[in-house]
Design a protein around this ligand. Structure first.
Ligand SMILES: Nc1ncnc2c1ncn2[C@@H]1O[C@H](COP(=O)(O)OP(=O)(O)OP(=O)(O)O)[C@@H](O)[C@H]1O
Ligand SMILES: [Mg+2]
Length: 261
């Protein structure tokens, strides 16, 4: 593992927008917390969807990812205990959008999050997730540099694999230059509709291409998943019996199981 004080760090990434990165970050984190693990979710997207989705108002964040990236605060200072037991959040404050620009001229700008995680010495976490923005930007490079591995979410639609080459290239480049341990943790299919022939075909394609890297469990399209953020809670606190909540719990079990084999 890269960092002594925290468990494995997983960047949830895909530069494509709206493919389930945030929904996965929130609900996989919450599911692992429900399975008794101590989990930290880092919101590295200026949109702050993981922050608001966990019931935190971005306007009221005083210390967040921005301050940690700028070196103005240690990670521990920004941590918020969420309403879910064992789930912690490093929130995205409004100024995170500016970090990209402000960091451009700084030395070691790709290493900021990595350094912050390495310096963390408070109570350890079992798992850390980073919700990435939909771009192969400096923020995403910070995530890939700080992470042990990457979880790629793919929406099962016609263009699912488009742009994937760029993401895989970025991962390769970061591995060469900045983070030689970086691996692909897995590929998770989201918004799956198995009654839809196209969705089935895309799933087949992805499984053929990525083989066992693809999670056996998939996330179905489920309206409860899209409603939950407006209540500021993970789906399991909104409707635990919903297909969406059950799917993320199953993915959490598979996530833990994959680490053991
Ligand atoms: N399995 C699902 N079923 C139904 N709706 C979903 C599902 N997963 C995600 N959504 C909805 O689709 C939209 C995009 O999802 P999400 O925000 O998780 O994607 P994202 O990759 O984080 O987007 P961005 O790239 O903008 O950060 C959201 O409105 C979300 O509520
Ligand atoms: Mg998002």
């Amino acid at each position: 593992m890269k960092h002594q004080g925290v468990g494995p760090v997983t960047a949830v990434a895909n530069q494509k927008g709206g493919v389930g990165k945030t929904t996965t970050s929130i609900n996989l984190s919450a599911s692992l917390a429900a399975l008794n693990h101590r989990v930290l979710l880092i919101d590295l997207d200026p949109q702050g969807n993981s922050t608001s989705g966990l019931g935190i108002n971005q306007n009221q964040v005083s210390t967040g990812t921005y301050d940690v990236l700028m070196g103005d605060a240690p990670l521990a200072d920004g941590l918020i205990q969420t309403e879910c037991e064992r789930l912690w959040l490093l929130p995205a404050s409004m100024d995170l959008a500016g970090a990209e620009v402000e960091l451009v001229s700084e030395m070691g700008r790709e290493l900021r999050l990595n350094q912050a995680l390495s310096a963390y010495q408070a109570e350890p976490f079992d798992f850390v997730f980073i919700d990435c923005p939909p771009a192969l930007s400096l923020l995403t490079v910070n995530a890939l540099t700080a992470a042990d591995n990457v979880l790629v979410t793919l929406q099962t639609e016609f263009y699912a694999m488009e742009g994937l080459t760029q993401l895989l290239d970025s991962i390769r480049r970061v591995r060469l230059a900045l983070n030689k341990v970086l691996s692909i943790e897995g590929v998770l299919l989201t918004m799956v509709d198995r009654r839809n022939k196209l969705s089935m075909l895309v799933e087949q394609d992805v499984r053929e291409y990525f083989g066992s890297q693809v999670y056996e469990e998939v996330i179905p399209r489920n309206v409860r998943l899209s409603e939950a953020p407006s209540y500021g809670v993970p789906v399991m606190y909104h409707d635990v019996r919903s297909k969406g909540a059950q799917a993320y719990l199953a993915v959490a079990r598979e996530f833990v199981h994959r680490r053991k084999v």
